[in-house]
Design a protein around this ligand. Structure first.
Ligand SMILES: [Zn+2]
Length: 260
């Protein structure tokens, strides 16, 4: 009983304090340093301000990464080849696992990958998903509330047990709330997502980071060409001051404000 009272006292002390998420005035929940809502977001997305990344948000990056992976696989890039082999090994390492056990996060990792493989997820798709996540981080960093949110989003994408949806499938699914649609990714526990991110980034993160850089250069070249076309052909009569520089300090302040 004494122990119970001390736990209750600890909870009472904790819940009398304020949630640690920025600008949140709610009381903490249980033993958490967050309120109930921020605790839930942290559990699901790895960050109190985390949000789901929908398949439609991933899609352009998946398209680019799938093409990139395919091209470099045909060209025999040694890193892409090893990454595909590594993913195939992970899918095959299911072994004697009977079922996923939440106390042993690697069992979720291997069992889920095995299930994906049975449903037609190829190892090259796993590589493309990882490259897509790193490309999204490069192009749209604000999809992720922080580094941990990126890890958790990558883990969810990597562990999807169905092959990349076709455009036709997405067209059928498209509705008013298309961007709020979460990936149909099952219940992967926090620790299993953490484990997945560490394992995948540990093995193919370096390659994915470099590949994302390369894909990003392609985007930049396209963007530059597009911008030049707009500036030269569509702006014959710009207002005064159109060429005045935008100071870097103003940019920094604006982006900081947006984050909160
Ligand atoms: Zn809160």
């Amino acid at each position: 009983m004494a122990e119970y009272r001390s736990i209750a006292a600890k909870i009472a002390t904790n819940t009398s304090r304020t949630c640690e998420a920025p600008e949140c005035a709610m009381p903490r929940f249980g033993f958490s340093k967050y309120c109930r809502a921020h605790r839930r977001a942290h559990e699901r997305y790895g960050h109190p301000a985390g949000k789901p990344v929908s398949i439609l948000q991933w899609r352009p990056h998946l398209h680019a990464a799938t093409a990139f992976t395919g091209n470099w696989l045909s060209a025999g890039h040694p890193g892409i080849e090893s990454a595909v082999r590594w993913c195939a090994d992970q899918q095959a390492a299911h072994g004697q696992l009977k079922r996923a056990d939440s106390k042993r996060p690697w069992t979720t990792f291997f069992a889920t990958l095995h299930r994906g493989a049975r449903q037609g997820v190829l190892p090259e798709e796993l590589v493309a998903r990882t490259l897509a996540a790193f490309l999204a981080l490069r192009v749209e960093p604000r999809l992720f509330a922080g580094g941990d949110a990126f890890n958790h989003a990558l883990a969810r994408l990597f562990l999807r047990t169905t092959p990349q949806p076709s455009d036709a499938w997405l067209k059928r699914r498209r509705g008013p709330d298309e961007h709020s649609q979460e990936l149909p990714t099952i219940n992967i526990a926090y620790r299993a997502r953490d484990y997945t991110a560490a394992r995948v980034i540990g093995a193919i993160g370096k390659l994915a980071y470099r590949a994302a850089d390369e894909m990003f250069k392609g985007y930049e070249a396209e963007r530059q060409a597009m911008n030049e076309r707009i500036e030269h052909t569509r702006c014959p009569d710009p207002v005064a001051g159109s060429s005045a520089p935008f100071s870097s300090s103003a940019t920094t302040t604006a982006s900081k404000g947006d984050l909160h």
